[in-house]
Design a protein around this ligand. Structure first.
Ligand code: TYM
Length: 332
């Protein structure tokens, strides 16, 4: 469309999104949506690799669409859809499975982590997750994939699979590149900044959820761990706690990290943490209100999902049919 390059990303509608998801993914999408032909999916098929409560998955899926729009993703510019509405994802994933080695999947760190956390349900889907993600990206011939640092390994494998297929047959897939923020690709847990902030954190004080109310947000930031010394400077190696907070502040206050450092020069940690909490709460309040308003208009949301799935299916169908021809599936 418009000769623009294609950009693809997705989020799983599991648990509540954190400000890590916002900074690492959505805030970056907002900046990119004008310059690329964007597809933003809701990855419900990825979500079921861990057991989900069906009613909750359904409502979180719709809430995710409302959140995308409430954050500022423009449905007039971007194609938003639900992964399971476009069958080509599962179809291409099957073909790509035959170009992916079991050993490669066993080595994925996220698989190893999740297998350890869900030892009672180490299902094939959990292991196959990166192949489905490769199918997502490759179906749209996406050039760029804006994600957080934790998805880097999955993106590498998507590139490997694309190149492998292209080499065996002929150029079929665009080999995608990850777009990682220089600052913010890995927001740390507020209680242990060496760990990534996660939707499923054990300590709920470590993660700030996009659904948290103002008091909760401010309380969590007040309790955030800082570092020894008293200077508020960006130095991830020596001051991981303060640097993490400066990163969050810069994104939510719309400033550079240097400007953020200047704002807090000579100030104390207490004042700093309160200001970070306030900046986050100030941004979340209107997003939450808009998300609630959108959720009361289901017809509007369903309309976006319907046209999104139709458009996605057209694009994805073109790639899938090329792939089917190349591998030798008989066509009528
Ligand atoms: P998911 O749902 O776990 O996370 C969504 C996005 O949020 C980013 N992210 C973070 N960024 C910075 N700091 C953090 N603490 C943090 N935590 C999460 C993730 O990197 C991601 O960008 N497999 C993907 C969803 C997916 C996908 C795709 C992404 C499915 N198909 C195709 C891109 C392309 C996932 O589970 O993300």
């Amino acid at each position: 469309m418009d000769g623009k390059k294609v950009l693809y990303s997705a989020i799983q509608p599991t648990n509540n999104l954190t400000i890590g998801n916002y900074v690492g993914a959505i805030s970056n999408w907002l900046k990119l949506q004008n310059d690329y032909d964007c597809f933003f999916a809701i990855a419900d098929m990825h979500a079921i690799t861990v057991r989900q409560e069906p009613a909750a998955l359904r409502s979180k899926t719709l809430a995710m669409l409302a959140l995308y729009i409430a954050c500022g993703i423009d449905p007039a510019k971007c194609c938003m859809y639900i992964q399971s509405h476009v069958p080509a994802h599962a179809e291409l994933a099957w073909v790509l499975n035959t170009f992916t080695y079991v050993g490669e999947m066993e080595r994925m760190t996220q698989y190893k982590d999740k297998a350890a956390r869900h030892a009672e349900n180490v299902n094939m889907g959990l292991m196959d997750y990166p192949v489905l993600m490769a199918a997502d990206i490759l179906l749209y011939q996406a050039q760029f994939v804006p994600v957080g640092e934790d998805q880097r390994q999955h993106l590498e494998i998507a590139r490997d699979i694309a190149q492998r297929f292209n080499n065996i047959y002929s150029p079929t897939f665009t080999v995608p590149e990850g777009l990682f923020l220089k600052v913010g690709a890995k927001i740390g847990d507020l209680q242990d900044p060496s760990k990534k902030m996660s939707k499923s954190a054990e300590n709920p004080n470590g993660s700030v959820f996009l659904s948290d109310d103002r008091d909760t947000v401010i309380r969590k930031f007040r309790r955030a761990v800082t570092d020894s010394g008293s200077e508020i400077v960006f130095d991830p190696a020596n001051k991981p706690g303060v640097s993490n907070l400066l990163t969050v502040y810069s994104v939510f206050a719309g400033k550079t990290v240097e400007e953020a450092e200047r704002d807090f020069a000579g100030k104390g940690y207490g004042e700093f943490k309160l200001a970070v909490g306030e900046a986050v709460a100030d941004r979340l309040a209107p997003v939450q209100a808009e998300q609630a308003r959108l959720l009361s208009d289901r017809e509007y949301l369903n309309g976006i999902l319907k046209s999104g799935a139709e458009r996605a299916a057209r694009t994805a169908g073109r790639t899938l049919s090329k792939v089917y021809k190349k591998v030798g599936f008989y066509q009528i």
